[in-house]
Design a protein around this ligand. Structure first.
Ligand code: PLP
Length: 395
């Protein structure tokens, strides 16, 4: 099929929920992607932080193929080796205690919300179920995770939303202190707000919130759906914040392109969800788990250290251009936002794509880069050259 054929088929038969870029992708290799017509693109998106080890990763494909030949699926009523090994790897590398497997980020966060509320209900009973989230956060598209999302734009059309969420401005400790009233069960945050604009929380703020939550026995829940699995240069972002969350969620990058998500609970919350409290048909699926094992094997300490270095390399390069259209560059590792001055990020992104670089936007003011963690310096240079040319057109 040509790109035109695919677009026509989409227009005729798919519910139009996406404002798609005007590009069809047929295949990839490393951090390069190709249209059906063979047009090449450098990829700074990795499927929104998903293709953590790049495209057509041979060992990843073999792990999936070999597992599919062996056992493609079996219900969670039975034990299988792949998910158990992923759980052991995640707990060993985080110091956290136990894993629940889901299939995506929003679904993982639904489970996290249930865990947070049940912890409080088991201990304190009714009337202590409110979850505080941050203004400008994003936690998913289900009814409850939309309610958890601290952006008014997401609170339309679908009433009634799940009750029991309140929003607190980020990096404002006094506001958080005032918001933790006796009805509050948990605080739920992204350490770097991804969809909201690549907005990092301050380390001192997060440490102070951790201490406050401990004092009030309020759980600190961290949504690492975007920041997790090596994206920021450590396996999870909390490992750079000097805190231990009571539970975290992961998804996007974990299986390198197959759907998987989940919760990692600390010792304190590991037994909150018991038999019958939560479940999923597909969570921990053997093929997704085999893919995740390969992703975790490839994201060894040396590769994670490189993520930090590549992020610094990109920031240094952009700073060296000294272009007035470039504002602040923010983020950690290979989760980077570049605010633009006097030019709409969406228009810049569309122009980059025309010139052979796939790049995202975040919030209203920023370009967003989430390249595969395995991107090479040559691929980075090729992508930055396109970005520079496009940005120079605004000067
Ligand atoms: C993407 C994202 C989600 C939603 O994940 P899905 O897999 O799309 O359900 C939730 N939280 C954060 C922080 C995200 O970036």
């Amino acid at each position: 099929m040509t790109s035109q054929d695919i677009k026509a088929l989409d227009a005729g038969s798919v519910i139009q929920t996406y404002g798609r870029f005007d590009v069809a992708i047929d295949h990839g290799d490393g951090s390069r992607l190709y249209s059906p017509e063979g047009r090449e693109y450098i990829d700074f998106t990795s499927g929104i932080g998903v293709n953590s080890i790049g495209y057509a990763n041979k060992k990843w494909a073999e792990a999936i193929y070999n597992q599919a030949l062996k056992l493609g699926h079996i219900s969670n009523l039975f034990y299988t080796e792949p998910y158990a090994r992923v759980a052991a790897e995640l707990t060993a590398r985080t110091g956290l205690s136990k894993v629940f497997f889901a299939n995506a980020g929003g679904e993982a966060n639904e489970g996290l919300i249930k865990l947070g509320r049940k912890y409080s209900h088991d201990k304190y009973g009714d009337g202590r179920s409110t979850i505080l989230t941050l203004v400008q956060s994003f936690h998913g598209r289900t009814i409850s995770t939309l309610a958890a999302t601290g952006q008014d734009a997401f609170h339309k059309h679908f009433f009634p939303f799940t009750e029991g969420f309140r929003y607190v401005p980020a990096n404002d400790f006094a506001a958080m202190e005032a918001a933790i009233t006796p009805d509050v069960a948990a605080v739920m945050v992204e350490l770097i707000q991804g969809e909201g604009g690549v907005l990092p929380l301050d380390v001192e703020y997060v440490k102070a919130v951790r201490k406050l939550c401990d004092e009030r026995d309020v759980l600190l829940l961290v949504d690492e759906v975007q920041t997790g699995v090596g994206r920021t240069g450590t396996l999870f972002a909390f490992q750079q914040y000097g805190i231990t969350p009571d539970a975290i969620t992961f998804a996007k990058g974990i299986a390198g392109g197959l759907p998987m998500g989940g919760i990692i609970a600390s010792e304190k919350t590991a037994t909150v969800l018991g038999a019958g409290d939560h479940a999923t048909t597909f969570g921990g699926n053997p093929i997704a788990a085999a893919a995740a094992l390969e992703v975790l094997a490839q994201l060894d300490d040396a590769t994670l250290a490189e993520v930090g270095k590549k992020g610094a390399y990109i920031r240094d390069a952009i700073a060296s251009w000294k272009l007035p259209v470039v504002g602040q560059t923010r983020g950690l590792g290979l989760m980077l936002g570049v605010s633009t001055v006097g030019a709409a990020p969406k228009a810049i992104a569309a122009q980059c794509i025309e010139n052979g670089l796939l790049i995202l936007t975040a919030g209203s003011d920023a370009l967003r880069m989430l390249p595969p963690l395995t991107i090479t310096y040559a691929e980075i240079d090729a992508g930055l050259a396109i970005l520079k040319t496009v940005l120079e057109g605004y000067c």
